[in-house]
Design a binder for this molecule. Structure first.
Ligand SMILES: C[S@@+](CC[C@H](N)C(=O)[O-])C[C@H]1O[C@@H](n2cnc3c(N)ncnc32)[C@H](O)[C@@H]1O
Length: 244
């Protein structure tokens, strides 16, 4: 199986050689990071239509986190275009963080459309180092389709725990690896070296549920969901929440 995967990976890399050469010489990432937000905006529109009910269900817990002021401090980690804003209850004070500054234009448009929320700031930083966010300052952290792309899920989850207040909740929605030994996993392995460049650093075969289990939250609720797009090599999704 490993040899077959290697050979098919090599064929796909040859077929997409210009992409790999641009990446090798450091030209692809700076260019694609400008256009990737527009691809995400299109995919978000379509995927939100398919999974709106599930997102509503997931984020319905947010309003219970409100303190005496009636407000919820919420950190949108890897915010992208602001795909989740429409699902948050009124009164959330939203801080956004993303290492890609080119999301700002589309993010600002989403903010203008979702006036029921209060926006604090957009921080340009990776989830592995959120030192601009104070310890215990967040009631909720939301992370959707991000842990597939970060350098270190372990460090990001440590940072999430640091910025959450005790009892605060981490909400997640992530795509993960197909089952071991399946054909679907084999195709993910074949596609991964090429997909990584198209998906702006996205890994298809991450077993993110294991990182969540290892992170030792006080409570972890996790549900498996089918992928919203069957034509993409992106695998099953996990949605759920983890309580600090
Ligand atoms: C597939 S997009 C998802 C965006 C948005 N959360 C959504 O659900 O549409 C992945 C996002 O993760 C961000 N990202 C990549 N590496 C990251 C890191 N190390 N820390 C935080 N965010 C990261 C990307 O810039 C991008 O906005």
């Amino acid at each position: 199986m490993d040899v077959v995967v290697f050979l098919l990976q090599a064929v796909l890399c040859l077929l997409t050689l210009p992409l790999h050469l641009l990446a090798l010489f450091g030209c692809w990432q700076p260019l694609w990071s400008k256009y990737f937000p527009y691809l995400m905006a299109v995919l978000t529109l379509k995927s939100n239509q398919k999974i709106a009910g599930k997102k509503q269900e997931l984020f319905s817990r947010i309003k219970k986190l409100a303190g005496a002021s009636g407000k919820v401090t919420l950190l949108e980690l890897g915010c992208g275009t602001g795909a989740n804003f429409e699902f948050y209850p009124a009164g959330c004070r939203v801080t956004c963080i993303d290492p890609n500054p080119h999301f700002k234009k589309l993010l600002t448009e989403s903010m203008a459309k979702n006036k029921h929320l209060q926006y604090e700031e957009f921080l340009v930083a990776p989830g592995e180092d959120m030192s601009q966010v104070a310890d215990g300052s967040m009631d909720a952290v939301v992370c959707t389709l991000v842990l597939c792309s970060v350098q270190s899920p372990k460090k990001v989850l440590q940072e999430v725990q640091r910025v959450l207040r005790p009892g605060g909740i981490f909400f997640f929605w992530e795509h993960v690896a197909e089952p071991p030994g399946s054909w679907a996993l084999m195709w993910q392995q074949v596609a991964e070296p090429t997909w990584k460049h198209i998906g702006d650093g996205c890994y298809l075969t991450r077993e993110t549920w294991k990182d969540l289990e290892r992170a030792k939250f006080s409570e972890l609720q996790l549900e498996w969901q089918p992928p919203p797009f069957k034509w993409l090599p992106v695998g099953p999704h996990i949605m759920g929440l983890a309580v600090k």
